[in-house]
Design a protein around this ligand. Structure first.
Ligand code: 5GP
Length: 200
């Protein structure tokens, strides 16, 4: 019999690509644990502390940086975002998969990390919106952000999309169902890698 170490499924893509929905569904179906990030951005309507994010003041965030609590952190859209070690490390050690939704700067930091447990666990995928027009429609349709925020997010999205080749996998978004099927298939295939299997 073999057991295995856990996977870190790192997901990036511009706001509006649908990546958060994919990550949340994987967690809702108990295929993986969702790594809840910390952020200094204010909570949007309906967002819950500890579920969507750990909402922190800049001071609290900086204290946590100083005490080495993050795997990575980055400034995105003028706010700090970061992944806590406590959201990831114990899970992968015990063979539970973790899905994390982080930006391209954070992905670069995780990729360049020298910690063997993280390198071996890492699977990276970029979720690409089908077109710029569809991306704008999705960002507008969400109805939670002002026009200036949407314009900033469009600009950031276009910059972010230039990084897709840095990822091992790229999913060009189509329907929610097709996207999810491809996404889950990737996780299932990665679970079969011999390098993750441990004899016991
Ligand atoms: P939003 O404010 O729309 O929830 O997220 C904005 C961006 O921050 C998204 O691209 C998201 O992937 C990214 N993000 C969320 N959590 C983290 C994190 O822990 N680290 C990094 N580097 N980016 C994050």
């Amino acid at each position: 019999m073999s057991s295995r170490t856990g996977i870190i499924l790192l997901v990036s893509g511009p706001s509006g690509s649908g990546k958060t929905t994919l990550c949340r569904r994987l967690a809702d179906e108990q295929e993986a644990i969702y790594s809840t990030s910390c952020t200094t951005r204010p909570a949007r309507e309906g967002e819950k502390h500890g579920h969507d994010y750990h909402f922190l003041s800049r001071d609290e965030f900086e204290q946590r940086i100083a005490s080495g609590e993050f795997i990575e952190y980055a400034e995105v859209h003028g706010n700090l975002y970061g992944t806590l070690k406590s959201e990831v490390m114990d899970h992968i050690a015990t063979g539970t998969d973790v899905v994390m939704d982080i930006d391209v700067q954070g992905a670069k930091l995780v990729r360049s990390c020298t910690e063997t447990n993280i390198c071996n666990a890492l699977v990276e995928i970029f979720v690409m919106p089908p077109s710029k027009e569809e991306l704008r429609a999705r960002l507008t349709g969400r109805g939670t952000d002002s026009n200036s925020v949407i314009e900033l997010r469009m600009k950031n999205a276009i910059d972010e999309m230039k990084h897709w080749k840095e990822y091992s996998y790229c999913l060009i978004s189509s329907t929610r169902e097709e996207d999810y099927n491809s996404f889950k298939a990737l996780l299932i295939a990665e679970r079969l890698k011999t390098s993750r299997l441990t004899n016991n």
